[in-house]
Each structure stands twice: as structure tokens, then as C-alpha cells.
Design a protein. Structure first.
Length: 84
């Protein structure tokens, strides 16, 4: 430590330097938190006119079709496919 610099002057340099480093660390953490929050919001796009849907919907249902129903469905698909 140089002779002409007092202890109070060293404290006057060290304290603001330490506060500056602490502020930079705090701002970096806040910025990272905001970036993570916006990334989380962007990953789930929503339509503003629709209400939030909570929970899962009903379970899937499965019905076995008879051969007549399968034939009727195939005919319907063919008929609708020709219109394009």
C-alpha cells in the first residue's frame, strides 16, 4: 500500500467496486429469470378468446365397426375424395 494513500481512500474505492459487482450479479440473475419466463410463455401458444383448459379430457373410446359400416365408410371416403 502506498504511503500517501490513506485507509479511508482504499475503503472508498473497495466498497463501491464491491457494490458494483454485486449489482451486476443481481441484474444478470434477474435478466436470466425474465428470459426463462418468456421462453416458458412462448412455448405454449394460446388463443386469447378461449378459456384455459385444465386437466385432461375424457378417455378415448373405441367402437368396433361391422363389415357393412366399414364398406359404407369406404364408399363415403371415395365419394368425398373424388370431389377434389
Amino acid at each position: 500500500m502506498p504511503q500517501h494513500v490513506s485507509t479511508l481512500m482504499w475503503i472508498g474505492v473497495a466498497v463501491p467496486a464491491a457494490l458494483s459487482v454485486a449489482c451486476l450479479i443481481g441484474l444478470a440473475r434477474i435478466r436470466r429469470g425474465i428470459r426463462l419466463e418468456t421462453a416458458r410463455q412462448q412455448s405454449t401458444p394460446r388463443l386469447p378468446g378461449l378459456p384455459l383448459q385444465r386437466g385432461a379430457g375424457p378417455g378415448r373410446e373405441f367402437v368396433e365397426l361391422t363389415s357393412e359400416e366399414k364398406d359404407a365408410f369406404a364408399g363415403l371416403v371415395r365419394r368425398l375424395g373424388n370431389g377434389r
